[in-house]
Write a protein that binds this ligand. Structure first.
Ligand code: HEC
Length: 98
């Protein structure tokens, strides 16, 4: 019984952390100005995040590899709103869940 409770508790903690990260990624993307050129589900200046998420998943890209591929698609100026590599990773992690 105790074991079951601990497992349940651990599982809910993991999903809570996941949710917090997803929200952070979205807020960071907004702050960084990604949404000036992108939306989640419609093509704007850049492709929809849903489209990119599907492409990246098909290519098996996540984490640093996803960040590197995404950087290749932009001028440094486009990404100057991103404050740190950690933020960039969190943003891309969110993009890939779209
Ligand atoms: C000034 C406009 C602009 C801004 C700002 C911008 N993007 Fe883009 N993005 C583009 C364009 C245009 C493309 C398509 C480039 C291409 O196909 O070569 C693109 C492509 C992408 C791709 C797909 C890359 C690929 O290789 O398929 C991702 C993912 C992406 N952007 C994420 C982001 C994120 C995250 C941010 C914010 C940190 C951001 N973009 C900011 C214009 C922008």
């Amino acid at each position: 019984m105790k074991k079951l409770m601990i497992t349940t508790l651990a599982a809910s903690l993991i999903s809570l952390t996941g949710m917090a990260q997803a929200q952070d990624g979205q807020a960071l993307a907004k702050d960084a100005g990604c949404l000036k050129c992108h939306t989640v589900d419609k093509k704007k200046k850049g492709p929809a995040f849903k489209t990119s998420a599907a492409d990246f998943k098909k290519a098996g890209l996540s984490g640093d590899k996803a960040v590197a591929k995404m950087k290749e698609a932009h001028e440094a100026d486009d990404l100057k709103g991103v404050k740190s590599d950690a933020d960039m990773k969190a943003i891309m992690a969110w993009v890939l869940t779209q």
